[in-house]
Design a binder for this molecule. Structure first.
Ligand code: MD3
Ligand code: FE
Length: 209
């Protein structure tokens, strides 16, 4: 995995198109799929209402982010199996070190799996991590998606970017609390994932080191 290009799209937001080349994407998706045995994908529900998410999720690492009727939180075990989450693949820890320079490792790799024409993610902030000084590193695999980025309040202008397989994104500093979401997938734009779909990996530091 080697970065080919870097671009700051706004203060604290850096896009790395083609961060992970095609051979490395294949290796990575194989590693991730193998970890789904210990940490299977499942469909979380919204706090309160219990409405199912339009993505499936799982996590790797000592702490995983979960959502259920009682709320959002990080916890050390899978909510369906009760087992500890699988370990974060070493290649992802290396990318974190190279790209973020943050002085402590990520504790959560949240996996979002988008499949079908209804899979999307509404505009939201990620603010369940006490370590808000740490950036979030996002990696896209599989079909392309339309990503929407806003500011630190829900109202106000947004910009949209297409994310392709192998692209990386870093959100830090003033952009860490930006509203963001995935509006739609572009089906059949990648052959990386059997049966189609998109996997997004986000690496997060949760606790303050
Ligand atoms: C900006 N994932 O997992 S990645 C998420 O593609 C999430 O699945 C989307 O939003 C996805 O929470 C978008 C880009 C992203 C991820 C985390 C962020 C942008 C972010 C955290 C803070 C600010
Ligand atoms: Fe998010």
């Amino acid at each position: 995995m080697e970065k080919l290009d870097r671009l700051t799209v706004s203060e604290g937001v850096r896009i790395f198109p083609g961060l992970i080349d095609a051979p490395a994407q294949k290796v990575l998706i194989g590693e991730v799929a193998a970890l789904f045995v210990q940490s299977p994908l499942y469909r979380p529900v919204m706090p309160g209402s219990g409405t199912p998410f339009r993505v499936e999720q799982t996590c790797f690492g000592p702490l995983g982010w979960v959502s259920d009727r009682s709320g959002y939180r990080y916890q050390p075990y899978h909510p369906v199996t009760g087992q500890e989450w699988a370990t974060i693949p070493p290649a992802l820890l290396t990318l974190w070190n190279e790209l973020t320079g943050y002085p402590a490792p990520p504790e959560c790799c949240l996996v979002n799996f988008y499949r079908g024409d209804q899979a999307k993610m509404g505009l939201h902030q990620d603010r369940d991590e006490p370590a808000l000084d740490a950036p979030v590193l996002s990696l896209s695999l599989g079909d392309s998606a339309l990503f929407r980025l806003g500011g630190s309040t829900r109202k106000g202008p947004t910009r949209s970017f297409r994310l392709n397989s192998g692209d990386g994104l870093i959100f830090g500093g003033p952009a860490r609390l930006s509203f963001h979401g995935i509006d739609r997938l572009y089906p059949d734009t990648s052959r990386l994932i059997d049966g189609g779909g998109r996997i997004n990996l986000t690496l997060r530091r949760v606790t303050r080191p």
